[in-house]
Design a protein around this ligand. Structure first.
Ligand code: IPM
Ligand code: MN
Length: 361
């Protein structure tokens, strides 16, 4: 099989974690006899520095020509004072929209060997296995109108939470289908006690549920969900929610997994004629400029995202499972980065990447 993969290292720790993910991809390709065609592009702050644009036309073209895109992270403090439309993050949002990857799958899994890495009590986090399905191309991130109006000193700022029935239906359908292949439970998270937008969301999900009588559906308000995730995480299976709620809840979820450096993600939307998904694969974590370039970053979220790429975009479940098993073995070995609070001296980003390759069999 031939893989056309676009790599967008991005900013901060992005380049060092994607380097390890690519190392693992190349190792797997060689071992299983696949050919891999890697291209590299600019996104985010790196793209602003080189071209003045966080999402250059060339990057859009490369992404649309590739079967899958692997992304590091975007965002740099030097752009902190710019309006949203000129920031590195705008590049990522443009890429998600261009690829139409409306469903962002964020698994939150607590490995037994990382049970001490979470600040929460062992009995609470043990057995956590949640899949957050975050809507990715709508809601407050993209809604119009938006902007700032009025004279300095008397401004008004506006953002709009907009969802059409169709946008809600497609991501929730995906979540129901995913729940079918897991433990058959779906929690739909909204703020229907306050927002019309959430009331439509809840209505659409309830109507869809008639097509999935085998799935146990519950509705939960987002504030309560934020609390329940920490009180009884093992009660959740698949969680589906709108864009901003999903962004916030997934960072919270990382505390259950031990570190935000453990959370991979797969963003998918339309299926290609051969049944594969054109996907965007990125760690949930940000660019962490404070530790960039020091070999401290945990590459496992990026490596897990590469495994998800093999699974969703190339249908290679055996290869993907081999990577995930290798990650598990590395965690058991204790040779992990500082964020996971190892008992001994922490391993470097590169050491973890090489250890995962060595553990693949
Ligand atoms: C994420 C990130 C992004 C988001 C930022 C970098 C735009 O926080 O992927 O969770 O808010 O979606
Ligand atoms: Mn986020």
């Amino acid at each position: 099989m031939h893989w056309r993969v676009l790599v967008l290292p991005g900013d901060g720790i992005g380049p060092e974690v994607t380097r390890e993910a690519v190392r693992v991809l190349e190792h797997v390709a060689a071992k299983w006899g696949h050919s891999i065609e890697l291209r590299e592009g600019l996104l985010g702050g790196a793209a602003i520095r080189a071209t003045g644009n966080p999402f250059p036309a060339e990057t859009r073209k490369l992404a649309l020509e590739s079967d899958a895109t692997l992304l590091g992270a975007v965002g740099l403090p030097e752009f902190d004072d710019l309006p949203p439309s000129e920031r590195p993050e705008k590049g990522l949002l443009g890429l998600r929209k261009a690829l139409d990857v409306y469903a962002n799958l964020r698994p939150v899994y607590c490995y037994e060997s990382l049970i001490e890495s979470s600040p929460l009590k062992n009995d609470i986090v043990r057995g956590t296995d949640i899949l957050i399905v975050r809507e990715l191309t709508g809601g407050l991130y993209f809604g119009q109108p938006r902007g700032v109006e009025g004279a300095a000193g008397a401004e008004t700022a506006l953002n709009s939470m907009v969802y059409s029935r169709g946008e809600i239906e497609r991501v929730c359908r995906m979540a129901f289908e995913l729940a079918r292949n897991r433990r058959g439970k779906l929690t739909s998270v909204d703020k229907a006690n306050v927002l019309e937008n959430s009331q439509l969301w809840r209505r659409v999900v309830t109507q869809l549920a008639a097509e999935y009588p085998d799935i146990e559906l519950e509705h939960m308000l987002v504030d309560n969900c934020a609390m329940q995730l920490l009180l009884r995480p093992t009660a959740f299976d698949v969680v589906v929610t709108e864009n901003l709620f999903g962004d916030i809840l997934s960072d919270e979820g990382s505390v259950l997994a031990g570190s935000i450096g453990m959370l991979p993600s797969a963003s998918i939307g339309s299926q290609l004629p051969n049944g594969a998904w054109r996907g965007l694969y990125e760690p949930v974590h940000g660019s962490a400029p404070d530790i960039a370039g020091q070999g401290k970053a945990n590459p496992l979220a990026a490596i897990g995202s590469a495994a998800a790429m093999l699974e969703y975009s190339f249908g290679l479940t055996e290869e993907a499972a081999a990577i995930n098993d290798a990650v598990s073995a590395v965690l058991d070995s204790g040779g992990v980065t500082a964020d996971l609070k190892p008992a001994g001296p922490p391993a470097s980003t590169e050491e973890v990447g090489r250890a995962v390759c060595a553990a693949i069999n």
